[in-house]
Design a protein around this ligand. Sequence first.
Ligand code: ZN
Length: 328
Amino acid sequence: MTWLVQPRLVNDPFSDPGLLIDFRFGRRALLFDLGDVIPLSPRQLLRVSHAFVSHAHMDHFAGFDRLLRVCLHRTMPLHLVGPAGFADRVEHKLKAYTLNLLSEHGVDFVITAAEFNGEKFDRVCKFRAQEAFCRREVPPERLAPGVLLDEDEFRIKSVVLDHDTPCLAFAFEEKVRVNVWSEGLSLLRLGVGPWLNEAKRAMRRGAPDESAIVISHDLSIPLGLLKQHALRTAQGQKIAYVVDAAYHDRNVERIIALARGADQLFIEAAFLDEAADIAAQRQHLTARQAGDIAKRAGVARFIPFHFSARYRKQENRLRSEAEQAFRG
Ligand SMILES: [Zn+2]
């Protein structure tokens, strides 16, 4: 079985959060949150096409500057998504810099910032390097309710959580997983190669059986034949990411609906349950609450993170409390 993407936390669980969703094939990555992104290499940051920002508290957004610095002269646009008010915050960030040397003949690095309200985009702004990042309002793209991005192979869904300010949670969903059956390949006398990715992509897109899959310069084969012998579909990969949320019924229901059946759930576990009153005050989850939510969502793997710095020397207590609630 091959995974479409490899998710990994950018930092240790006490540092400012970020999850890199790295595509196994092709030079592309997504980011959930822009906390401390310093551990990512310029090469990794240059692959980021979209950064989804849960909310603009500093620990989730301060990494924007580093991303901008690395990407300033690239041609691939950068798409940013955040909650209400986010486009203004991106504009303020851009306005903080002296941009007199960006010229209308230079590389046109384009940033879009979209504001998501849980259903749809309320507002999208575009900032072009050739215009010194002056703000332009553009019409929002219309997608299915709750969807932030919809591509051939995957979609990103989101819900708005209450953290005393709107905070977005995200789910990456591969539309369909395609597994390769090696006996079938030998039967067809085919070896593995880059052509397999093409075949998988065609299958995920739902391409017709007669579509020709090019194996080499002098050999192509209909997709239908591959499906019959060597390619099998299964439920796609699902990764959910949840940070900063008050523990109350509406939030819990929304998190469970978003994360249901995920292969991996990355979820904040800021405090021990003995400090549940402080967690409630600061509108965060405790480790027990996070584990309980993960269990109710029926996820396969549960990765607690975004721990409060006060537990630096008690990381194991947080982990075991979370794990106990998940298994319990
Ligand atoms: Zn926050």
